[in-house]
Design a protein around this ligand. Sequence first.
Ligand code: HEC
Ligand code: HEC
Ligand code: HEC
Ligand code: HEC
Ligand code: HEC
Ligand code: HEC
Ligand code: HEC
Ligand code: HEC
Ligand code: HEC
Ligand code: HEC
Ligand code: HEC
Ligand code: HEC
Length: 287
Amino acid sequence: MKKAKLQLITILMLVMGVMAGAAFAAQNSSKMKVQIPPAPELYATAPQPLTANQCGQCHPSLFGNIKDNGAKHRFDCQKCHSVIHAYSPRKNNYDAVMPKCGTCHDQPHGAKITACSTCHTNPHTPKAVAMNATLMNSCSQCHPGPQEQLLKFKSKHTKLACSKCHTAHGLKPSCFNCHKPHHTGQEVTTCNKCHSVHSPLQVTYTKDSPAVTCGSCHTKVFAKWQKTESKHAKVNCAFCHRDKHKFIPQCRECHPTPHPEGIIGKFPKCLTCHLDVHDLPVKPKKK
Ligand code: HEC
Ligand code: HEC
Ligand code: HEC
Ligand code: HEC
Ligand code: HEC
Ligand code: HEC
Ligand code: HEC
Ligand code: HEC
Ligand code: HEC
Ligand code: HEC
Ligand code: HEC
Ligand code: HEC
């Protein structure tokens, strides 16, 4: 009983609704006719091409890409996108309507490196290069120098992949990512005064390199030299062992004529008498 009543009410309401709607539509359509006069002035001038800023109103993230990281691609969108809004899934023409690098670029990396977008994954951020397998396998095609150095001067760095250190393209890692300093307080900026990272065992240095660095490994010599009463205490390690690690100087580079030639002829080795270059025997000072 209740069910039938409810149905009746629903039907009534539907009928009333339809009638009201029809009346409203009739009223409305009569108003429409008078309310839209032609506005030819809107069509008086030809439309201006959209500016990059206007494209950006609908494509804010791409606009942002170019604004922040577009580098030399920060020019008008339509210099690249000569055709826009022409993509149709039905025509399957996406690639056909998208800009081509080759329109403006020749082969900047030579004939072997093509397929631009495998590395330049986003044309709107051209310098952000993806660290993918293609890039990792071609470092030396663009940078032959480091590989040559690493192979010529074998060290434990030779066994590391470039990407082990260069974890992103262009990134230069700190030595401290993987190494401790020779002694506390040694700054990371000093490392490359002695080491070249692609030939780290070819140690070279200047005459004023601090003795404490040498002393971190040559502890005995360093301790002796620090305590010596001879004038060699004022001579820096790197002043004698100049330029290159393991270089041993001749006494006569600095003392050309210390004694008559007769004596030197008889005793060619200076240290026969002077015993220890790092701790020359000297006369005890009179007190
Ligand atoms: C240096 C050339 C270049 C410039 C400048 C450029 N684009 Fe593009 N754009 C491309 C290329 C190439 C593609 C195709 C990328 C792909 O294959 O996915 C593309 C794709 C697009 C796409 C579709 C793919 C997506 O990521 O949604 C939009 C939208 C787009 N660009 C908008 C813009 C706008 C807006 C601007 C200016 C603010 C702009 N582009 C500037 C080269 C450019
Ligand atoms: C009124 C909003 C609007 C404006 C302005 C606009 N676009 Fe689009 N654009 C869209 C929409 C919506 C799509 C389709 C959805 C998508 O791919 O994001 C699209 C798609 C695209 C595409 C990819 C598909 C295709 O058919 O090319 C490119 C490229 C593109 N726009 C470039 C531009 C450029 C360049 C400008 C400025 C000259 C621009 N758009 C201005 C709304 C707009
Ligand atoms: C409408 C022309 C045009 C198109 C298309 C174009 N470029 Fe460029 N691109 C330029 C200009 C102009 C420069 C700046 C001058 C130069 O370096 O040759 C540039 C510079 C670059 C740079 C260096 C950016 C910098 O700031 O040093 C890269 C990388 C680059 N383009 C990659 C691409 C790639 C990848 C494509 C295809 C996805 C592409 N370009 C498509 C015009 C274009
Ligand atoms: C194997 C990866 C790779 C491929 C493939 C590649 N590039 Fe590059 N490209 C790079 C790297 C890495 C840079 C340096 C980016 C930087 O400055 O940090 C670069 C720089 C550029 C530059 C800047 C000019 C320069 O030499 O300094 C242009 C232009 C460029 N690429 C265009 C292209 C074009 C066009 C293609 C396709 C023919 C292409 N690239 C293919 C990796 C690649
Ligand atoms: C397609 C060529 C190309 C490839 C491949 C390439 N680079 Fe580059 N790279 C460049 C260009 C161009 C520059 C910027 C110009 C310059 O400083 O030489 C650059 C810059 C660098 C820099 C910064 C140089 C500096 O002095 O600031 C480092 C580090 C670097 N690349 C390492 C690598 C490593 C590691 C790989 C492999 C994972 C690699 N590159 C692959 C072209 C390339
Ligand atoms: C043990 C870590 C390490 C390895 C392995 C390594 N690099 Fe480097 N590379 C560095 C550091 C650190 C710098 C910065 C040096 C500086 O600032 O003097 C650098 C600088 C560079 C530079 C810019 C300066 C230059 O010397 O030209 C390029 C290019 C480069 N590396 C490419 C490569 C390539 C290619 C490989 C692989 C064949 C490689 N690197 C292997 C750590 C490494
Ligand atoms: C990504 C890590 C990494 C970075 C960054 C790095 N190294 Fe190394 N380095 C190593 C590894 C791994 C070894 C081998 C260590 C071992 O076997 O004990 C090594 C060994 C060395 C050696 C000894 C080489 C040999 O054959 O005995 C020297 C010297 C060295 N590194 C100096 C440097 C300097 C200087 C820097 C900074 C310019 C640097 N390294 C940056 C990883 C790195
Ligand atoms: C005054 C020169 C000098 C400076 C500065 C210097 N080194 Fe060294 N380093 C050396 C010498 C010499 C060796 C020994 C090379 C050999 O065994 O032939 C060495 C060896 C190393 C080794 C391999 C042996 C070991 O101790 O494990 C590493 C790693 C190293 N240095 C890292 C660094 C780092 C990191 C810095 C910067 C904080 C640095 N060096 C600064 C001269 C220097
Ligand atoms: C990281 C440790 C380390 C540092 C730092 C270091 N050396 Fe060495 N040095 C060595 C090693 C290892 C040898 C080889 C020892 C051998 O062959 O018995 C060596 C050898 C030498 C030799 C040659 C020894 C011989 O018998 O021919 C001299 C000279 C020398 N170092 C001077 C220096 C000076 C000067 C400095 C500071 C500028 C320095 N070293 C810094 C580790 C180091
Ligand atoms: C790189 C230069 C250099 C080398 C190499 C060198 N010396 Fe000296 N030596 C000096 C200087 C500087 C003094 C201090 C001179 C002064 O103050 O009059 C000195 C002083 C001396 C003195 C005087 C010591 C004193 O305390 O009165 C003796 C002895 C001496 N050197 C012996 C040697 C011997 C032996 C060798 C080789 C094993 C040698 N030197 C290598 C630079 C050097
Ligand atoms: C006045 C010059 C001079 C100074 C200063 C000097 N050396 Fe030497 N060093 C020599 C000479 C010459 C030899 C070779 C001695 C020989 O033939 O027995 C030598 C040998 C060495 C050797 C290898 C033999 C050994 O005794 O282990 C080491 C290591 C060394 N020096 C490290 C140092 C260090 C570290 C310093 C600073 C603390 C230093 N030297 C300061 C001239 C100097
Ligand atoms: C036969 C032993 C002997 C030999 C060999 C010898 N010296 Fe001497 N040297 C001496 C004596 C003794 C002194 C004076 C010590 C003193 O006055 O304290 C001296 C003093 C010096 C002085 C200090 C001179 C001064 O005016 O204070 C220098 C520098 C020196 N020798 C360098 C050398 C050199 C370099 C050689 C090797 C070419 C050498 N000596 C070989 C015994 C020797």
